[in-house]
Design a binder for this molecule. Structure first.
Ligand SMILES: N[C@@H](CCC(=O)N[C@@H](CS)C(=O)NCC(=O)O)C(=O)O
Length: 195
């Protein structure tokens, strides 16, 4: 049994998207971060960082319970458990490198963007979008097929609302966002009501 603890934020929906795409049965527990539900002693046992999302798999490796926090770790865990989204052996390096490009660059930059005006951050954001746009030219997905490398950045980039950094200025990125957003499992994750 998989229990997912989340709220309707970009990080929360990343975990939910991974769960929906995995096809594995799971139960969603809504953790209302505006009411401090992530700071209870019970929840702190699941995630000592006291943030959503987190996941408990009662049937983890060796049949033992496994607890996972960090949305990207949840994506990897569910991909490994379901045997999906890691790419073929030949394509796996592409899945890895683009997943890490997003996890260590895009999620950080776009998480901070808009919180305070910062020309350096805007420069990083535009450079990262331009990099993605060049790579996606003539491609549907970051690797050969839809994979973790598409799952990890989606909820963050789908929500960009910034005066000067616009995904619509990068046509290949925008077309990719539309493509990912049209997937039934992604729609379910994005349309899930919280509260
Ligand atoms: N790197 C973490 C970030 C998690 C995170 O910042 N979660 C936010 C919501 S998006 C949260 O729980 N905020 C509540 C709080 O900080 O008290 C991840 O990707 O899981």
């Amino acid at each position: 049994m998989i229990d997912l603890y989340a709220w309707g934020t970009t990080n929360g929906r990343r975990g939910l998207l991974a769960a929906e795409e995995s096809g594995l049965p799971f139960t969603l527990h809504q953790i209302d971060i505006h009411k401090g539900a992530q700071k209870t002693p019970e929840y702190e046992k699941i995630n000592p960082y006291r943030k959503i999302p987190a996941l408990i798999d009662s049937d983890g490796p060796g049949g033992q319970p496994a607890t996972i926090f960090e949305s990207v770790a949840i994506c990897f865990y569910l991909a490994e458990k379901s045997g999906k989204f890691l790419g073929s052996a030949a394509d796996h390096p592409n899945v890895l490198k683009w997943s890490m490009f997003h996890a260590t660059n895009v999620l950080c930059t776009f998480g901070l963007l808009g919180r305070s005006p910062d020309p350096a951050l805007e420069g990083h954001a535009k450079n990262q979008l331009a990099t993605m746009d060049r790579h996606l030219a003539g491609r549907q997905w970051f690797a050969e097929d839809f994979s973790l490398a598409d799952m990890i950045p989606f909820t963050r980039l789908a929500g960009v609302k910034h005066e000067t950094v616009k995904t619509s200025d990068y046509p290949n990125v925008q077309a990719w966002l539309d493509r990912v957003g049209a997937r039934p499992a992604v729609k379910r994750a994005m349309e899930q009501k919280f509260g």
